[in-house]
Design a protein around this ligand. Structure first.
Ligand code: LR7
Ligand code: MN
Length: 537
C-alpha cells in the first residue's frame, strides 16, 4: 500500500511539471484573445475556452490528469478546497451580488472552474476495491437549475468530468427550468459542446419547478443509472464508483453520498460528518440527526459501510433508471421545491427499497440560508401543497396527528392524489407505522400517538418541549403546540402525584386523545407522567 502511494506521488510530480509546461504553451496559443474582464483570470481561462478539445478529444484529461486535480498542487483562489479571500476592494461588490444567488458570487467567480480538492475519503474507503469500471452500470447525471450562477454550475460539471471515470458517464443532462440569465442561454449550450463528455442542455420552457424538471431529465436519460445533483456541487475523488457499485449489488438501493458543506461565504470545502443520517420533525421538515448506536452496530462498527438512512436530503442521489420508474419516480403533482425527498424516502422504504448514505462517496454542496429565486404563488402555499400530498398518500393514521400539530396546512389545496394512492396499492407498500417501527424507531413521531408523553421533555425553563422548537402551551381546557419558549414558566412536575401542573391555571395535563388536554388535578392515572419518557433537560 505504502509503495503504491509513493509511486503515485512520483507520477503526480512528473505529470505536474509536464502539465505546467504544456499549459504555458496552451495559454499563449489560445488565450491571447481574452478580453472580457475578471473571467479572463488565468485560473479560469484554462478551462473557459478549450476549443482544442473538439479537434483533439481527450485534451482536457491530458492537461488536467486526475493526480493533479485531486492533489491540491495548484495554488489559486479556492484550490485545495481552501477558503477564498475576496480582496478588500471587491468586498462591497461581493456584498451587493450576494443576493443574486444567496452566496458569495465574487468568491465563486475568483476560483477555477476546476479548482483542486484534496482526497477527503477515509483510509478504509481508499483501500476498497470496486468492480472494474467495465462491469459497473453507466450513469446519466441530471442537474436541474433555475438561474444558477455560471461558475457554480460549470464547476459542478467540471468536477463530475474530472473526478469520474469517464467510461461511467453516459451523459450529463442540464435541465434549465426557465432561467432568465443571459449566461445560461446559447453561451451555455456552446460551452458544453466543447466538453469531452456528452453534455446536453434541456429547456423546460416554462417554470415547472425542480421536481417536474428532474422528471424531464430522467425521461430522456439513457444511462442504466440516473444520478441527480444540485447545480452548485463539487464531486470529490472517487465519489462515483461506490455509488454505482451499491446499485450494481442491489438495484433496489437508492444511494446518496455524504453531502459536505461548501461555504456560501468563502467557498471553503468543509467535510461533513459520516455519523449523520436523515430524519424529519413534526412539521415534516427534513433534518440531519446523529446515526443511532443501533445502526452503528448493524454495520459492525465499520464506518466505511453504507448507512441505512430513514430519509434523504433529496438533491444528491443515484438510482437504477428502471427502478426509478417502477417505484413511482416522483409525484408530478408537486410544485417548485420541497417535500419530494420525504415522499420518495417513505415510498422507497415502504414499498420494498432501501436508502443508503454511502460514506465512501463525498460530494460538496453550497448550503444557502435562504432561497434566491421566486416562488410563484408563495412559499407557504407551495410547501403546504407538497407536504399534504405526502401526508395524504403515505402517512395513514399519522395524518390526523400531523394536522393536529399543523392545523394551518389544511387550508391549502393539494390537488388530486388518487393516482399516487393507486400506485401505493399497486406496489403493495407497507404501512407508515411499519416504517416508523422498523426503519425509523428513533423518530420524534410517537409510535403510538395516544401516549404522546413518551416524546416530551420538560425543560429547565419549565416548558414542555415536544419536537424541535415546539412547546406545549395551554389554551383554555385544550393544549396547542407553539414555538418555544411561549410565555414564561408554564409547567411543573409534581413528583408526589406524578402530575404536570399548569402553573397559571392550576390545572393538570391529561393524556387526552391525540393531543393532551387540561383538567382539574385529580391524581388519576390519566394525569400521571413517568420520568422515563419525560426527560428533565
Ligand atoms: O423552481 C425551481 N427549479 C429548479 O430547477 C427551484 C429549484 N430548482 C433547482 C435549483 O436551481 C437547484 O439546482 O433545484 C435544485 C435544488 O434547489 P435548491 O438548491 O434551492 O435547494 P436546497 O439545496 O435548498 O434543497 C434541498 O431540498 C430540496 C427540496 O425540494 C431538493 O431536494 C434539493 O435538491 C435539496 N438539496 C440537497 O439535498 C442538497 C443538500 C441540502 C440539504 C439538506
Ligand atoms: Mn441546493
Amino acid at each position: 500500500m505504502i509503495g503504491r502511494v509513493r509511486f503515485q506521488y512520483c507520477k503526480v510530480i512528473i505529470a505536474t511539471s509536464m502539465v505546467w509546461m504544456m499549459l504555458d504553451v496552451f495559454v499563449l496559443m489560445y488565450f491571447t484573445d481574452c478580453t472580457d474582464g475578471p473571467r479572463c483570470s488565468p485560473q479560469e481561462v484554462r478551462v473557459m475556452k478549450h476549443e482544442p478539445e473538439k479537434a483533439n478529444p481527450g485534451f482536457l484529461q491530458k492537461i488536467f490528469p486526475k493526480g493533479l486535480l485531486s492533489g491540491g498542487q495548484r495554488n489559486g483562489p479556492g484550490d485545495g478546497g481552501r477558503a477564498v479571500k475576496v480582496p478588500s476592494e471587491r468586498e462591497a461588490e461581493a456584498k451587493e451580488t450576494f443576493k443574486i444567488n444567496q452566496f458569495n458570487l465574487v468568491a465563486s467567480d475568483m476560483m477555477a472552474l476546476n479548482r483542486t480538492l484534496p482526497d477527503y475519503r477515509m483510509e478504509e474507503c481508499r483501500k476498497k476495491r470496486y468492480p472494474p469500471v467495465k462491469s459497473l452500470p453507466k450513469t446519466s447525471i441530471v442537474i436541474v437549475f433555475h438561474n444558477e450562477a455560471w461558475s457554480t454550475l460549470l464547476r459542478t460539471v467540471h468536477s463530475i468530468i474530472d473526478r469520474s471515470p469517464n467510461e461511467l458517464l453516459e451523459e450529463i443532462l442540464l435541465v434549465d427550468d426557465a432561467s432568465e440569465k443571459e449566461h445560461l442561454g446559447s453561451k451555455l449550450t456552446d460551452y458544453v459542446a466543447t466538453l469531452p463528455v456528452p453534455v446536453h442542455v434541456i429547456r423546460t420552457g416554462a417554470r415547472i419547478g425542480l421536481i417536474r424538471a428532474r422528471l424531464k431529465g430522467a425521461y430522456v436519460a439513457k444511462g442504466k443509472v440516473i444520478t441527480f445533483l444540485d447545480a452548485h456541487c463539487e464531486c470529490t475523488e472517487g465519489w462515483l464508483e461506490p455509488l454505482l457499485s451499491e446499485i450494481h449489488n442491489d438495484r433496489t438501493s437508492v444511494v446518496c453520498p455524504i453531502i459536505d458543506v461548501i461555504s456560501d461565504d468563502t467557498f471553503e470545502y468543509i467535510t461533513g460528518s459520516d455519523m449523520t443520517w436523515g430524519g424529519f420533525n413534526w412539521k415534516l421538515n427534513f433534518r440531519w440527526y446523529q446515526v443511532p448506536q443501533r445502526e452503528l452496530d448493524r454495520r459492525g462498527g465499520d464506518r466505511s459501510m453504507p448507512t441505512r438512512t430513514p430519509t434523504m436530503a433529496g438533491g444528491l442521489f443515484a438510482i437504477d433508471r428502471d427502478y426509478f420508474y417502477e417505484i413511482g419516480s416522483y409525484d408530478e403533482g408537486m410544485d417548485i421545491w420541497g417535500g419530494e425527498n420525504l415522499e420518495m424516502s417513505f415510498r422507497v422504504w415502504m414499498c420494498g427499497g432501501k436508502i443508503y448514505i454511502v460514506t465512501c462517496s463525498r460530494v460538496g454542496h453550497v448550503f444557502r440560508k435562504t432561497s434566491p429565486y421566486s416562488w410563484p404563488g408563495g412559499v407557504g402555499r407551495i410547501i403546504n401543497h407538497n407536504t399534504q400530498r405526502i401526508v395524504e398518500v403515505w402517512m395513514d393514521e399519522y395524518k390526523d396527528f400531523f394536522y393536529r400539530i399543523n392545523p394551518g396546512v389544511r387550508a391549502t389545496e393539494y390537488g388530486d392524489v388518487s393516482s399516487r394512492k393507486k400506485l401505493r396499492q399497486k406496489l403493495n407498500c407497507k404501512s407508515f407505522r411499519w416504517y416508523l417501527e422498523q426503519i425509523y424507531p428513533e423518530s420524534q413521531l410517537p409510535i403510538d400517538y395516544h401516549s404522546l408523553g413518551e416524546v416530551f421533555s420538560l425543560t429547565k425553563g419549565k416548558q414542555i418541549m415536544a419536537d424541535d422548537g415546539l412547546c406545549v402551551s395551554a389554551s383554555g381546557s385544550e393544549t396547542k403546540f407553539a414555538k418555544c419558549p411561549s410565555s414564561g414558566p408554564e409547567w411543573e412536575f409534581v413528583p408526589k402525584t406524578m402530575a404536570l401542573r399548569h402553573v397559571n391555571t392550576d390545572q393538570c395535563l391529561g393524556k387526552g386523545n391525540g393531543v393532551p388536554s387540561l383538567g382539574k388535578c385529580d391524581g388519576s392515572e390519566g394525569q400521571q407522567w413517568t420520568l422515563g419518557g419525560l426527560k428533565e433537560s
